[in-house]
Unconditional design. Structure first.
Length: 131
């Protein structure tokens, strides 16, 4: 899966690379996600964000127009996500449940989505889906 990870901190690079094991084509950038930086998602299927990134309805609409189908949050916090906009745009959402390894769970979410499987307890879709 082609992915862009926003707001990547220097200490996150190695754990994400180890967890990924070169399965997904992940572009790591230091920029936070917002309306202007959403363009970095062009040609990707998924984005990885932090709980501080802007994932408002306007940003969600732009990501959907760029072809994004999945958003993985590297946190258990999801207050920055407009879940209704995700449903409207057909974008699936997942977070990192508490007590999970952030890098491993983030990559596990991508793996499961790539296999068309449910992300189970990591699913935060507004419609309560488990598909």
């Amino acid at each position: 899966m082609k992915v862009v990870a926003y707001s990547v901190k220097p200490f996150e690079r190695e754990p994400l690379a180890k967890a990924n094991q070169k399965k997904h084509d992940i572009t790591l950038i230091f920029n936070s996600l917002n309306l202007e930086t959403a363009l970095f998602a062009a040609g990707k299927q998924a984005v990885i964000v932090l709980s501080t990134d802007d994932v408002s309805a306007a940003v969600m609409d732009k990501l959907a127009a760029l072809g994004i189908k999945y958003i993985a949050i590297r946190s258990s916090l999801t207050g920055n996500i407009d879940k209704a906009a995700a449903v409207r745009n057909g974008i699936k959402l997942a977070n990192v449940p508490e007590l999970s390894d952030i890098a491993e769970q983030t990559i596990r979410n991508l793996d499961l989505w790539e296999m068309n499987k449910c992300v189970d307890t990591a699913c935060i879709c507004a419609r309560g889906c488990r598909s």
